[in-house]
Design a protein around this ligand. Structure first.
Ligand code: HEM
Length: 426
């Protein structure tokens, strides 16, 4: 009785509760801001030896990037102006050091005090998926985990596994070309990238999960495909809008809500595909048995992968790897293919030679087969040159875990983000 009374005495009325809540919020905001400001001060201190383009106090360099195809040129120009190593700010708190010189890139890529971070395409001419959506898959994992997963997944890239994919990709390309025929008859111009992107997504879904989605013809109506595009867009948007760098603000925003919804769709899809395949594979004891009946897809490789202790991947790891392949596999190839087609269109004399070479390799067949790929060396050279001129992944990101010293004696402490950009020689 006494206890209840004491508790009641301490209970506050509604107006007081509002007051307490407001003070609590204020406290959290001040606390967060103090941490961010301390981090900013520390970054500015670290950058003292690295001069760069002056940032806006609030937007940093975000407003300099117009996403009109000139962003990469701007970064290359800054590199020449500021000795190939300079800071870039995304808002007042998030910064990276941009590297454009092979000697500095070598330090970052060979140093033990550096780890992989999310692959973020800051300067791509095309929108590019980041991997925040793909969990801790191969691309962003590190140390023993990366080593183990890499060993488990390497069989997935054996020629015998890849060979049947050529036919699947040819089928996807045919669907795309059928759509293009209708444009050709009307002479109507169209944006090529979205078609190529749907085609690569279609291909990766067949190769990774044996999943025939009809995404090229159904396009935006497929919930999973829509969610994949939503995630790509929202991750890119989050990087560019500095208030969204805060997990809390992003979480509470409508974009954060849309992100979680899309993430849930992709997650449920991946889980469902894995579950169904686990059911279907109950009878099968080894990969050879499946390979005798049908082609192996990436999911089979994942489900049968065992390390030296006969341990497989956990469900969570499996989901992360499937998502990594989905995101890494379709956007990079779509960007690469689009630029290859662009380069061929700009250079009709080379296009003519490629066409002749391919027609000869095909003979009277409709589509290319694995064995034909070695018969088109000139086309292969053109593909490689286009990838060199317009790399789908123009840079990679790393984060220091220890102090790193560059060849010129300048040092960077642990915790600093780097972005290494490839410089293309025309
Ligand atoms: C033209 C197409 C592609 C380009 C230019 C490209 C580029 C790259 C680059 C530069 C990296 C290293 C990133 C880093 O070190 O931070 C990487 C890693 C990776 N890529 Fe790709 N990629 C392409 C296609 C693909 C495809 C089709 C897949 C899967 C189906 C894929 C899956 C991966 C994975 C899993 C990793 C991480 C590998 C590891 O850390 O062991 N990529 N890619």
């Amino acid at each position: 009785m006494k206890l209840t009374k004491t508790f009641a005495e301490f209970q506050l009325g509604w107006p007081h509760m509002h007051y307490v809540f407001a003070v609590l919020c204020l406290f959290v905001v001040v606390y967060k801001l103090t941490i961010l400001l301390a981090k900013r001060r520390e970054a500015l201190r670290n950058f003292q030896a690295f001069s760069g383009p002056p940032p806006h106090w609030l937007f940093g360099h975000v407003l300099e990037f117009k996403q009109d195809g000139t962003d990469m040129d701007k970064v290359v120009k800054w590199g020449q102006e500021y000795s190939y190593v300079f800071p870039i700010w995304f808002g007042p708190f998030l910064s990276i050091i941009n590297i454009q010189h092979p000697d500095y890139a070598k330090t970052i890529l060979t140093s033990s005090g550096v780890r992989n971070v999310l692959l973020i395409c800051l300067f791509c001419c095309f929108p590019h998926s980041c991997t925040c959506s793909s969990g801790n898959g191969l691309l962003v994992s590190e140390g023993q985990k990366w080593f183990r997963h890499r060993r488990l997944l390497t069989p997935g890239f054996h020629y015998d596994v890849l060979k049947p994919y050529v036919k699947l990709m040819s089928e996807s390309a045919e669907t795309m070309l059928d759509k293009w025929e209708s444009y050709a008859s009307t002479n109507e111009p169209f944006e090529l990238f979205k078609h190529v992107s749907l085609m690569t997504l279609d291909s990766i879904m067949k190769c990774a999960f044996s999943c025939y989605s009809n995404c090229q013809t159904e396009g935006g109506t497929n919930a999973y495909i829509k969610a994949v595009y939503d995630l790509s867009f929202l991750i890119d948007l989050r990087l560019r809008m500095f208030p969204y760098h805060s997990d809390l603000i992003f979480h509470l925003s409508p974009h954060g809500f849309r992100y979680r919804k899309a993430r849930q769709v992709t997650l449920s899809h991946t889980e469902e595909v894995i579950r169904k395949r686990q059911e279907a594979l109950k009878e099968e004891k080894e990969l050879g048995q499946i390979q005798a009946k049908r082609y192996l897809d990436f999911l089979d490789i994942l489900l049968f992968a065992r390390d030296e202790n006969q341990q497989g991947l956990s469900d969570e790891d499996m989901r992360a790897e499937v998502d990594t392949f989905m995101f890494e596999g379709h956007d990079t190839t779509a960007s690469g293919l689009s630029f290859i087609l662009y380069c061929l269109a700009c250079n009709p004399e080379h296009q003519k030679i490629c066409r002749k070479e391919i027609m000869e390799a095909l003979h009277d067949k409709e589509t290319m087969e694995w064995e034909d790929l070695s018969k088109i060396p000139y086309t292969t050279m053109c593909i490689k040159e286009a990838l060199r001129l317009y790399p789908p992944v123009p840079g990679i990101a790393r984060k220091t875990t220890k102090t790193v010293t560059f060849c010129d004696g300048r040092t960077v402490p642990a915790g600093q983000w780097f972005y290494s950009v490839v410089i293309i020689k025309e």
